[in-house]
Design a protein around this ligand. Structure first.
Ligand SMILES: Nc1ncnc2c1ncn2[C@@H]1O[C@H](COP(=O)(O)OP(=O)(O)OP(=O)(O)O)[C@@H](O)[C@H]1O
Ligand SMILES: [Mg+2]
Length: 226
C-alpha cells in the first residue's frame, strides 16, 4: 500500500508526476511503480485496471500519473479511458475526444487510428470516444477482449481508468479482463465497509486485486523516508 499526497496549490493539474514543484508526489508514484515492477517479476503484469469504491476517489489521477511514471522509465505505455459514462482522461491530458474506444468497439475504427499521443507526457492515450447508451455491454463484449489482447502485444504496459466499482459493474468487467487491479482508497472519504465491498466485488468477478493506493493524507517526511 502506498500513500499519496498532493499540495493544495496543485489542484489545477492532476499530472503530479510532471510537476517539478511536487517532488514528493512524483516520488510516491515512482514508489508505486517500483512495487508494481517487483510484482511483475514473477507474474507478468501488462494490463492493469485502476478503480475505487466510489466517485471522486482519485482513480483518474492515479491511473494518469502511473502511466506517466512508467513512460518516464522508458516503457511503452498506453492509458485507456474505460469510463464510458463520465470520461475524463481527455481533459486530464488536454487531448481531443472526437474518437476513441467506443468507436473501435463499434467496429468503426481500427486500434491504430484511435491512439493519441499526449504532447505533455508522451504517453499514448485512448480516450472514451462517443458516450454509448450501453457501456457495460460494450465493455463485456468479445470485441473488448480482442482489443485488450491487441494492445497487450503493442505496449509494455496498458493502464485502464475505470468508473467506480460500487456504482456500476463496468470496472469489475474490465478488471476481470486485466492481469491485475489496483484499488484506490480515498482518505477520510471511503468507509471501511465500502472498501471491503469493492474488494469483494473484484474477487467475485475473478479479478486479480494486487494492491491498494491510499490517496490523501499528508505524510510526515520521516515516515515517508523510512
Ligand atoms: N490526494 C488528493 N489531494 C487533493 N485532490 C485530489 C487528490 N486526489 C484526487 N484529487 C482531486 O479529486 C478530484 C477527483 O479525482 P479523480 O477525478 O482522479 O477521481 P475519480 O475517482 O477518477 O472520480 P470519478 O469517479 O468521478 O471518475 C479531482 O479534482 C482531483 O484533482
Ligand atoms: Mg475518473
Amino acid at each position: 500500500m502506498e500513500l499519496l499526497t498532493r499540495k493544495k496549490k496543485d489542484s489545477g493539474s492532476q499530472l503530479i508526476a510532471i510537476d517539478r514543484k511536487n517532488k514528493q508526489g512524483s516520488e510516491q508514484f515512482r514508489a508505486i511503480r517500483s512495487n508494481l515492477n517487483f510484482f511483475s517479476v514473477n507474474k507478468n503484469l501488462k494490463t492493469l485496471a485502476v478503480s475505487s469504491p466510489s466517485s471522486g476517489d482519485g482513480k483518474t489521477m492515479t491511473a494518469s500519473n502511473l502511466a506517466i511514471v512508467f513512460r518516464q522509465e522508458g516503457k511503452e505505455v498506453l492509458l485507456v479511458d474505460t469510463d464510458l459514462r463520465k470520461p475524463s482522461i481527455h481533459q486530464t491530458f488536454d487531448v481531443p475526444n472526437n474518437y476513441g474506444l467506443s468507436h473501435h468497439l463499434l467496429g468503426e475504427m481500427k486500434v491504430e487510428d484511435i491512439i493519441t499521443t499526449s504532447y505533455l507526457t508522451s504517453v499514448d492515450i485512448i480516450t472514451s470516444g462517443l458516450i454509448p447508451p450501453n457501456p457495460s455491454e460494450m465493455l463485456s463484449s468479445p470485441q473488448m477482449t480482442e482489443f485488450i489482447e491487441t494492445v497487450k502485444e503493442m505496449y509494455d504496459i496498458v493502464i485502464f481508468d475505470t468508473p467506480p466499482i460500487l456504482v456500476v459493474t463496468d470496472a469489475t468487467i474490465v478488471a476481470n479482463k486485466c492481469d491485475g487491479a489496483l484499488l484506490v482508497v480515498r482518505h477520510k472519504k471511503n468507509e471501511l465497509s465500502q472498501v471491503e465491498r469493492a474488494r469483494d466485488q473484484l474477487k467475485n468477478a475473478d479479478a486479480h486485486l494486487i494492491g491498494a493506493v491510499f490517496n490523501g493524507p499528508k505524510v510526515p517526511k520521516e515516515a515517508y523516508y523510512y
